[in-house]
Design a binder for this molecule. Structure first.
Ligand code: SF4
Ligand code: SF4
Length: 224
C-alpha cells in the first residue's frame, strides 16, 4: 500500500489561500488505513477549512482514489453538483489519487493534502515498514525473500558491509542489518549456500520513469 502522511497544515492553508469553496476527495484504501484520507480525516479537514472561513461544498471517500475511471464514475453519480459548485478540489489520498483528480477535473485547481512516502507493509495498525522499492526486477528469489535494495541503506546486493554490528546497521542502531536478516533467513530455510552466489549489478534500467503497463495488450500478444 502507498503510505501517506498529512502535509503541514499551515503550508496547506497557504497553498489554497486564493480559494474559498472546496470539495474534498478521500480514499477508502491506503489513505484510510494511514489515517490521512478516510471519513474522520475528511470531517477534520472540513472543520479546519470552516474555522478558516472557507466553505466545503461536499466530500466523498472514493473506493480507490488512484483508479481514474472508477473514481470519476463514482463521483459523477454521487457528488457532481457539489464538485461543480467548488472552486478547488482537495485530494486526501496519495499523489496518484491527486493526479486522478487532475486528469478528471481539467478546469479546476486540485491540491494534495498529504505527502506520499513509500510503498509499505502494515505491520500493526497504522505502523508501516518499507519493504519494496519497486525496482522493476525483483531479486527476492536470491535473498531469502528479504529485499536488500530497500532494507539496506546502501542497497548492497552481495553481503554486508564492514559496518554491520551484532545484527544492526551502521547507519543507525534502530535499523536491523538487512544482510544479517538475509543470513538468518537463509539459514532457517537451509539455503545458506545462496549467500555464496554473486548477484549481478542491479539493472536500474528495469525501472524507467514514467513506467506503464498494459496487461490487456500483453494478454493479446500472448494469444498470437
Ligand atoms: S528486489 Fe526490487 S522488486 Fe524485489 S522487493 Fe526489492 S525493490 Fe521490490
Ligand atoms: S550494516 Fe547492513 S544494512 Fe547497514 S549498510 Fe551495511 S550491509 Fe547495509
Amino acid at each position: 500500500m502507498i503510505i501517506t502522511q498529512k502535509r503541514d497544515r499551515k503550508q496547506l492553508l497557504e497553498n489554497i489561500k486564493d480559494y474559498k469553496k472546496f470539495f474534498l476527495i478521500g480514499c477508502s484504501e491506503c489513505a484510510s488505513l494511514c489515517g490521512t484520507g478516510g471519513e474522520p480525516e475528511l470531517v477534520e479537514m472540513t472543520e479546519l477549512l470552516k474555522s478558516e472561513g472557507k466553505e466545503v461544498t461536499g466530500s466523498f471517500v472514493a473506493k480507490t482514489g488512484c483508479q481514474v475511471l472508477g473514481t470519476k464514475i463514482e463521483i459523477k453519480k454521487n457528488a457532481q453538483a457539489e464538485i461543480d459548485d467548488a472552486e478547488c478540489i482537495l485530494v486526501m489520498s496519495c499523489g496518484a489519487g491527486t493526479q486522478s483528480a487532475v486528469e478528471t477535473y481539467k478546469d479546476k485547481p486540485v491540491y494534495p493534502t498529504n505527502d506520499s512516502l513509500f510503498l509499505g507493509n502494515m505491520t500493526r495498525m497504522q505502523m508501516f515498514d518499507e519493504r519494496c522499492s519497486l525496482c522493476g526486477e525483483c531479486i527476492l528469489d536470491q535473498t531469502g525473500g528479504i529485499c536488500p535494495v530497500t532494507a539496506c541503506p546502501k542497497g548492497l546486493l552481495n553481503g554486508p558491509c564492514g559496518g554491520t554490528n551484532e545484527g544492526k546497521c551502521e547507519v543507525s542502531p534502530d535499523v536491523d542489518c538487512a544482510w544479517t536478516k538475509i543470513y538468518v533467513r537463509l539459514k532457517a530455510i537451509n539455503r545458506l549456500d545462496d549467500m555464496k552466489k554473486m548477484n549481478e549489478p542491479k539493472n536500474w534500467a528495469a525501472h524507467k520513469k514514467p513506467m506503464t503497463l498494459n496487461v490487456r495488450e500483453k494478454k493479446e500478444e500472448g494469444k498470437k
